[in-house]
Ligand binder design. Sequence first.
Ligand code: ATP
Length: 211
Amino acid sequence: MLRVIFGGTFDPIHNGHVQTSLAAFRLLKADHMQVMPSAQPPHRDYPGATPEQRLAMVRLAYAAHADIVAENWELERERPSYSLLTLQEMRATWPQDQLIFLLGNDAFAKLDSWHGWQQLLDVAHLAVMQRPHETSSWSEGVRQLAARHQVDNVQELHDRPAGCMICLPTPEIEVSATLLRDRIAASGAWEQFVPEAVAAYIKQQQLYQTD
Ligand code: ATP
């Protein structure tokens, strides 16, 4: 079984996350996707949603897709929120499955600043979503990792449990969670950037408002 794991802060989840991850899911011909909010960043300077609210929004965003689930793996564990630890635990849980960690090119470009980044490919594949106008350039360590592990054909990810990196062309959806939080706080237009059910939840819970 080919499992995709898509992590992020998702504060809030938006159409950029949903549409690009669905495009990647189809390109990968995956069986299952777990969308996993990361634990609360230790310090931040904006009024964010709670981990439970971020998880609830992820659940609403993918409600129409039976093979995609909101995952509280990182939220329920009392340990640092490192992707490597999560993927190692998932590897132990599903020893036979292919695991694919899905991330945007901006995140991949600085992968060598992550805890234990060189071990990530021991336990999972990496799939990097590349949007047409995304310009983040890879650091030297990331370039070397790509030189060793990059493949062009999705089939290679189906043939082994871990160890490949692939770039996937995904659509450009101009939105970020930062833009959304700013718009909501400033009473600007924002609802078109999130799935309808997420917009309703944000209003009902009165999230991201400053007053
Ligand atoms: P923030 O603005 O708070 O930094 P964000 O919108 O970038 O948040 P994250 O939760 O940090 O969202 O992102 C999770 C993952 O989704 C990352 O791998 C990131 O590259 C990717 N991503 C973020 N925005 C988009 C978008 N518009 N289209 C496609 N992928 C995106």
